[in-house]
Design a protein around this ligand. Sequence first.
Ligand SMILES: [Zn+2]
Length: 304
Amino acid sequence: MQNHCPVCSDQKISRSFLYKSKSELLKSKSINICANCSLGYMKPMPSEQDWNNYNTEYFLNAHGGINRSKSTSFFKSALAKLRFQYISHYQARNKLKFKRVFEVGPGEGQLISVWKSYQADIEYWVDESDTSVHQELLDMGAIILQKNTKLKKHSFDLVIMSHVLEHTIDPVAFLKKATSQLKPGGLLFVEVPAEDHQYKDINEPHILFFNKTSIAECVKHSGLKLRQCSLHGNTLISIKYFEIFRKVISKLLERLPKRLVMILLPSSLKNVLGVNEIIVSFPLAPYKYQISSGRWLRIIAEKE
Ligand SMILES: [Zn+2]
């Protein structure tokens, strides 16, 4: 069992505190903060087999399956559009063309459907362990990576990984493997929660807790060059104390005539999101860029 930082291998820690969980497997664990790269990581880490079993169980049962309520769908599509915008701004600035994309853990495929609506001929590969969504992904035009699929070497232009890395025991090995078929100059997009141990009552199912420093270190150890790194959503202070007020405002906005809401909203937002997407995402503000702290970290890295 490893007792060092899974990103930089340093054994020194700056802090250690209780990991808050409900499940048997993760009881009496700690979160250690690496003194070198400031990654928060579970100690001791579960064994690979225990962790795989836990994830299968958690996402299929304890998690209650996939939430398909209307507001959740609007929220997920808002997030997918914002991620697409983040990547495509970088793409436009650097005059890049993407032909083959590979997404690890696409879930129900919100990003695929956004992508296909802008670029119908994109070759969109996915690796998704939840087989219950496979048919949905195929219907959207995704190509599902199978265990025996032989991939053309270094043929992907972009690898996408959204809310995956914080679930991995060995994030560096995971990134190396996922980006192994990236072509030179190909990009990696990652989104992870930013230090969510600071405000969540329950830490599971995450075992890693990133900030700007530790995600940069993780990218470096994976042999990639960090090109962009930013924080999004509400600040940690706002999450702790003011999110409840934003939820009330969101509820009020829901009751107003949509036309009036559209008039009240800034045009920069209206160009990207629909009115329902803005209303449901308003409490968490995923469209906001933040300097010091935020709910989400987004990065773009390049394979050299
Ligand atoms: Zn470290």
